[in-house]
Design a protein around this ligand. Structure first.
Ligand code: C2E
Ligand code: MG
Ligand code: MG
Length: 575
């Protein structure tokens, strides 16, 4: 463009010179020359007459001013300028006067009939103006397309985060100007990842498009539906009169997204968790509103997903408490605030103690002892379970070395530890560092471990098995498909969840379930441990039903490592 501009300038100069030397008449060769230029060129004298013009100028002005004379005129150009720019007539003339005084160029964009004409007016050397005209419609259109693409999610065609942000700012302008309320609904798909992981990305993509269609269909044209992440959508609801407007929409969203989808011959069911924040009550800036909708979404997920939650101020307080706990936990390892307690396990054949389960305790300097049930889930969520779990494994191996040689130690291993890739290395180095034989170490996993990345998890389990480490299925019977998991890996041990032991002799089906699991273990060659045995009656029933081992308060509560040796000695003496 700049080379072209340069060229035009020199043409203008030469044309003026030719005019001057020819008594105001352009020579035919000059006229042909000017016609060959792509841009429209118009030379205007101070009286406003067009003294020179080329063919493109005539064509462009005719396009923009259909009723004007076929002969391009300075007045026609001015009329086009005044009609086609956003500026008022007075402003057009003012900028022309200023340009004249400063001897600088002035340029306008003139719009008419969907076309855009770029007009540049240069004060000529002695008098009048030289105007260049260029049809920039195509460039404008492609800029507009690029602009739109930058604001659109390519997969679903929905607005993206950028456009959402702009719409949100506009909504706040309206809120502050005329009190128009709005609401932000953050939508997170439940169980989308397994679909993507097991059926592949094309199916995942197709599903997302269907979700987008459903979302689009359920809002008004004035609302905005945006996609801001893999399976995260946002709805900006405008013109909200009362909270019930938004509640109705939230309910509709959860219902609509939860209905079955048919994708590529697969029947798929996912769900939606929705967090809602209203403006101005839950935030009078885009930033606060987003943050609070996010807190509400977090709550919706904690409350079991497939539901919506409106923001409440105490969610913020709870989140802050959680953050404090998180900060404390990050320091707890270095401050040596964790401790392992051990709960003995007894073999029913011979009533011998054959091992202990390591159970972590956190001694918080201010809050006292915190149960693992209160901090392990958070540690898993923020990934801190990996270093904590590493410590547990190493400490448990070291402690077990001080026990009688026939006793094993069991550690609980979280799904996140399986994800982290270094579990096998950690275990190998813990065994090597402590000198504990691999067969004395047991890892306890729950169904959660097998729910994720099944192939990789199974490979890790087999590698542990090759080392000689034993693997137990913990909390058996509480998950969704415990039985199918038993088939996927040859566990050494099944730990029957204590909820079934509690039901023993209270409800007949409790007995039946324990009997069935004990039988299953026998035929699969797996040890069966009943967890949570608290009374002699339960112990009796467990024996009768055929379990091989027990663990529970009746034998001992979990006890600190230092007290374990003396417990073992006194237990032996009693026996
Ligand atoms: P779990 O692995 O099923 O551990 C057994 C839980 O049952 C322990 O709770 C234990 O104290 C309790 N228990 C044992 N016998 C009885 C009984 O007779 N009656 C009753 N009412 N309870 C009994 P605890 O120590 O609070 O641990 C809770 C859960 O926290 C564990 O369940 C385990 O899932 C997790 N956990 C504990 N330590 C660790 C750890 O180091 N790493 C990981 N990832 N998770 C851990
Ligand atoms: Mg356990
Ligand atoms: Mg358990």
């Amino acid at each position: 463009m700049s080379a072209e501009r340069h060229y035009l300038d020199s043409v203008r100069r030469e044309a003026s010179r030719s005019l001057r030397s020819n008594g105001g008449i352009l020579s035919p060769s000059w006229a042909r020359y000017l016609d060959a230029i792509r841009h429209g060129l118009l030379m205007i004298d101070d009286a406003g007459r067009a003294i020179v013009s080329n063919a493109p100028a005539a064509r462009l002005l005719a396009d923009f001013l259909p009723k004007s004379a076929s002969e391009p005129s300075a007045r026609g150009l001015l009329r086009a300028l005044c009609a086609g720019t956003a500026k008022p007539r007075r402003a057009v003339f003012r900028s022309l006067r200023e340009a004249r005084d400063l001897r600088t160029a002035v340029s306008f964009e003139v719009e008419a009939k969907g076309l855009t004409l770029q007009v540049e007016l240069n004060p000529a050397e002695e008098q009048g103006w030289i105007a260049t005209l260029e049809d920039v419609s195509a460039r404008k259109a492609s800029e507009a397309r690029a602009d739109e693409a930058a604001r659109q999610d390519p997969l679903t065609g929905l607005p993206n985060r950028l456009l959402l942000q702009e719409r949100l700012l506009e909504a706040f302008v309206r809120l502050h100007r005329n009190g128009e309320k709005c609401a932000l609904l953050l939508v997170d798909l439940d169980r989308f990842k397994p679909v993507n992981d097991t059926l592949g990305h094309p199916v995942g993509d197709a599903l997302l498009k269907k979700v987008a269609d459903r979302l689009r269909s359920t809002v008004r044209p004035t609302d905005t539906v945006a996609r801001i992440g893999g399976d995260e959508f946002v709805i900006l609801q405008t013109g909200v009169r009362e909270a019930s407007d938004t509640q109705a929409l939230a309910r509709r969203l959860v219902d609509l997204i939860g209905r079955t989808y048919m994708v590529d011959g697969h029947l798929l069911t996912i769900g939606a968790s929705v967090g809602v924040a209203l403006a101005p009550s839950d935030g009078d800036s885009a930033e606060t509103l987003l943050k609070n909708a996010d807190l509400a979404l977090y709550r919706a997920k904690l409350d079991g997903r497939g539901t919506y939650r409106f923001f409440e101020p105490e969610m913020d307080a709870r989140m802050q408490a959680r953050r404090r706990l998180e900060l404390d936990m990050r320091q707890a390892l270095a401050r040596r605030e964790f401790q392992l307690h051990y709960q003995p396990q007894m073999q029913l054949d011979g009533d011998r103690l054959i091992g202990c389960e390591a159970l972590i305790r956190w001694h918080h300097p201010e809050r006292g002892t915190i149960s693992p049930l209160d901090f392990i889930p958070l540690a898993e969520e923020i990934g801190l379970i990996v270093p904590i779990g590493d410590w547990v494994i190493r400490q448990a191996c070291r402690d077990a070395m001080t026990w009688p040689a026939h006793m094993s130690v069991a550690v609980n291993v979280s799904p996140a530890q399986f994800k982290s890739d270094r579990l096998v290395e950690t275990i190998m180095s813990a065994l090597a560092g402590s000198g504990l034989p691999a067969r004395r170490l047991e890892v306890e996993i729950t169904e959660g471990v097998l729910l994720q990345e099944n192939e990789k998890t199974l490979r890790t389990l087999h590698r542990l098995r090759e080392l000689g480490v034993r693997v137990s299925m913990d909390d058996f019977g509480t998950g969704y498909s415990s039985l199918s998991y038993l088939r996927s890996f040859p566990f050494d041990k099944i730990k029957i969840d204590r909820s079934f032991v509690k039901d023993l002799s209270g409800r007949p089906d409790g007995d039946a379930i324990i009997r069935a699991i004990a039988g299953l273990g026998r035929s699969l060659g797996m040890t069966t441990v009943a967890e949570g045995v608290e009374t002699p009656e339960q112990m009796q029933r467990i024996r009768e039903e055929g379990c091989t081992d027990v663990q529970g308060y009746l034998i001992s509560r979990p006890i600190p490592a230092d007290d374990l040796i003396s417990f073992l000695a006194s237990y032996k003496a009693e026996a």
